[in-house]
Design a protein around this ligand. Structure first.
Ligand SMILES: CC(C)(COP(=O)(O)OP(=O)(O)OC[C@H]1O[C@@H](n2cnc3c(N)ncnc32)[C@H](O)[C@@H]1OP(=O)(O)O)[C@@H](O)C(=O)NCCC(=O)NCCS
Length: 182
């Protein structure tokens, strides 16, 4: 699907395919340490891109965003329907049951040079619609977001994600959830 930014640039958002291992790997390896530090779901390496694109079965739907006129990728988004126990437990402690398979985890990552230019905001309605079409009731942040990631927190709040709870690993994190209207 084609998307047009406020500045008039055209982008394509689509699911990754088996043929994307090279550009996906290049995209992962282009990301700065600062971005890598913020993105927890999986390694952002060429090897992982190859393994992802080879997968026959994936609990996740993975979208990539690219410029229409260029081959390289500028964004990557995950919707994963298989929630790990730790996250289920944290929500359960807040009285929220995520176990019905309708509350996919969401994780976004935009290329460094394109961050804060409205790209994730441009893609978000497509991702929300895809989640709803798949029967999702809500989106929950995959592994939460780091409390110091002010841009991410602002972005999630802008789309209606609500703070659910906090947890600590090496740093303080927020679990956030977006209820989807049906
Ligand atoms: C977080 C991320 C996905 C957001 O995507 P993006 O395309 O950069 O976000 P957008 O430009 O669409 O929107 C960012 C919003 O945050 C706001 N913002 C940016 N920096 C901010 C700050 N320090 N404090 C408060 N708000 C801030 C912007 O003004 C904008 O809101 P607006 O549209 O109302 O003006 C992207 O920056 C990214 O991939 N970061 C690195 C990896 C990461 O953090 N992933 C998420 C892990 S939880």
């Amino acid at each position: 699907m084609k998307l047009k930014s406020k500045g008039g640039r055209e982008f394509i958002i689509r699911e990754i395919s088996t043929f994307d291992s090279e550009p996906l790997g290049q995209y992962f390896e282009s990301l700065s340490d600062e971005t890598l530090k913020r993105f927890g779901p999986h390694p952002l390496t060429k090897e992982f891109a190859v393994a992802l694109c080879k997968r026959k079965h994936d609990s996740a739907i993975r979208f990539i965003l690219s410029l229409v006129e260029k081959k390289y990728f500028v964004g990557y988004f995950i919707l994963d329907f298989r929630i790990p126990k730790g996250l289920l437990d944290r929500y359960s402690e807040q009285g929220i049951d995520l176990s019905n398979g309708r509350n996919p985890m969401f994780a976004p990552c935009i290329a460094d040079n394109y961050q804060n230019t409205g790209l994730a905001s441009l893609a978000m309605p497509i991702i929300i619609k895809s989640a709803k079409d798949l029967g999702a009731n809500s989106l929950v942040l995959m592994g939460g977001t780091q409390a110091t990631n002010k841009r991410a927190v602002a972005f999630y709040k802008k789309f209606g994600f609500k703070h659910i709870c906090e947890f600590k690993n090496e740093v303080l994190n927020y679990d956030m959830r977006l209820l989807l209207e049906t």
